[in-house]
Design a protein around this ligand. Structure first.
Ligand code: ZN
Length: 217
């Protein structure tokens, strides 16, 4: 999902074109806290790969200035509250956020339903006191050699869920300080629970032996 200033875009390049248009329309100017685009620039800077470092103690105002190299490369920058003047590449901002956010989102989606796969494997084992591969029927391997597989691809289920909620998904995530495991934040518990229920109803889990699982993926 590529969002900016409350708008969703089909692609990263569509969002980039939108930001470029905004900067072109504004032209050379100073954007202080009272400016209607101040919030948009705060969001833009937050998408920068080194946002925290760039922001420092906070931004007093943003500016757009003409790049000596030409109109197409207008420069964006800011004056921080401590008086430091710096520039940042709005192109870097447009490129980075989608990458990071999509990756984190996908990690959180998997983490939220990880327990379902574990529970499925445990229950399958308890049912027959052994595990059996649904493809080759091998049932003599060690417990750890069996994998839980999605008959319907995980990505498809996740995409269907995201579509069912109109594409409105969490943009920020929690990260375990020890394992670095990314998960949904407590604030997004309702989203995570709805996703877990949706996944449980659609996932069609099955047990595969390691070799069959490797051959499939
Ligand atoms: Zn097998």
């Amino acid at each position: 999902m590529h969002t900016f200033n409350g708008v969703e875009f089909r692609s990263k390049s569509a969002r980039k074109a939108h930001v470029r248009g905004m900067i072109d329309v504004l032209g050379e100017c100073v954007i202080g806290p009272e400016h209607e685009c101040f919030g948009a620039f705060e969001e833009l800077l937050s998408m920068h790969p080194r946002a925290e470092w760039k922001r420092g103690p906070g931004v007093g105002s943003y500016f757009i200035e003409q790049n000596p190299l030409g109109k197409s490369a207008d420069r964006t920058g800011m004056v921080r509250v401590d008086g430091v003047r710096d520039t940042f590449s709005w192109v870097d901002c447009c490129n980075e956020r989608a990458k990071t956010s999509n990756h984190a989102f996908s990690q959180a989606m998997r983490q939220a339903v990880f327990g379902q796969a574990v529970a499925f494997k445990t229950a399958s084992y308890q049912e027959g006191a052994r595990l059996e591969c649904v493809l080759c029927s091998t049932s003599v391997l060690a417990y750890g050699s069996y994998h839980v597989d999605h008959a319907t691809r995980f990505k498809e289920i996740a995409a269907a869920f995201v579509a069912s909620v109109g594409g409105v998904v969490p943009q920020r995530f929690a990260s375990c300080p020890v394992t670095k495991q990314i998960s949904f934040r407590d604030e997004d518990r309702a989203f995570a629970d709805a996703w877990a229920a949706f996944h449980a109803s659609k996932c069609e889990l099955q047990v595969l032996c390691g070799p069959c699982n490797l051959a499939k993926h």
